[in-house]
Design a protein around this ligand. Structure first.
Ligand code: 9Z3
Length: 318
């Protein structure tokens, strides 16, 4: 299979040529309700998490996936809640979710946390009781009132939902943060160019022509939510590219923060780029702290919280 990735599509025309997800209206109504139920000074964050898929057929049997387990997004969502934010969690279906993440995706499987008592009842094993109890309490405390979950699968789902949520929260201005941790495909096949049915193997090798995904950060920053505090992520595997690409994104889109991370060190080191500072701030966490159960997202979110508060008070002074 070879990939040919050349043609560029305008962000505005993307939505005319691709189908919206089936949960778009539901998401619209839920986000609207969620936002209206918050107090007037409540800070809100949209956390995006997990990877988008790009289907190869309209009746999809095969798709190209983007790397992301959803650790960054789900751990950050927990941290934002702890910092007092209301969180809209836009996540890839079946990727990690806040509070559930510690039990759902490990090699053990959910049943390994449970046992049957001599009376025949099912209960959580003693060694997990305390931690699971804490996560359950937090999950129940926040869900619905301070945590709203909306799921996507494909790139197209993600982009429609991102635009919808952006337009709904935009009027709240600086007190809304966008934390765009989802891993979003750079290439796709438009619906009208895709094979309708399963691509057949009888013809031998497969050559795919994929279009470049329009750069949605531009309309997001300029038109959809121009007053909000926007944090994007830059993922690279070549260390030489990371800094220049992060800085380029900041200059090109003019938003507030780019968080740069390398694939293999993303859990222990990130660089925070802003327009104001010539050098990035480094946030890192030691192996010992990680082993003790601390996530880098704790420090990252605390730092962003500080910067967001500053952004809000700067806006109020103007
Ligand atoms: C990230 O860089 C995230 O930190 C990770 C998190 C996907 C690496 P995990 O979910 O991984 O904890 O397993 N997200 C953004 C990736 C991305 O698609 N960025 C685009 C780019 O690099 C810009 S929006 O061009």
């Amino acid at each position: 299979m070879t990939l040919d990735m050349r043609r560029v599509i305008d962000p505005d025309t993307y939505f005319d040529h691709n189908l919206p997800p089936t949960n778009l209206q539901w998401a619209h109504d839920e986000v609207d309700r969620f936002v209206k139920s918050q107090s007037p000074d409540q800070r809100i964050v949209l956390v995006t998490s997990g990877g988008t898929t790009v289907p190869l057929e309209n009746n999809t049997v095969r798709f190209v996936d983007n790397f992301s387990a959803g650790t960054r997004g789900s751990s950050s969502a927990e941290q934002f809640l702890a910092q007092g934010y209301a969180v809209i969690f836009l996540y890839r279906e079946h990727s990690l979710q806040p509070f559930n993440r510690n039990y759902s995706h490990n090699t053990r499987g959910i049943l390994s946390y449970l046992e049957r008592t001599s009376e025949g009842q099912i209960r959580v094993k003693r060694e997990w009781e305390e931690k699971m109890g804490r996560d359950l309490d937090l999950y129940q405390k926040y869900t619905g009132s301070k945590l709203l979950m909306v799921n996507f699968t494909t790139l197209s789902d993600y982009l429609f939902l991102l635009r919808e949520v952006s337009l709904l929260v935009a009027s709240l201005g600086p007190r809304v943060m966008f934390y765009l941790a989802a891993a979003v495909s750079d290439f796709f096949i438009p619906s009208h160019s895709m094979s309708e049915h399963k691509i057949q193997s009888a013809g031998g090798d497969l050559t795919l022509r994929m279009n470049q995904v329009p750069k949605f950060l531009r309309p997001l920053v300029k038109n959809w939510a121009p007053l909000c505090f926007i944090v994007s992520f830059k993922l690279e595997t070549d260390p030489e590219l990371l800094g220049p690409k992060a800085r380029h994104a900041l200059e090109k889109y003019g938003h507030q923060v780019v968080i740069a991370n390398m694939l293999d060190t993303r859990k222990c080191q990130v660089w925070l780029f802003t327009k104001e500072a010539s050098d990035p701030a480094i946030i890192q966490i030691s192996k010992e702290d990680q082993d003790a159960g601390r996530d880098i997202e704790q420090d990252l979110v605390e730092e962003l919280d500080r910067r967001h508060q500053q952004y809000i008070s700067n806006g109020q002074q103007q």
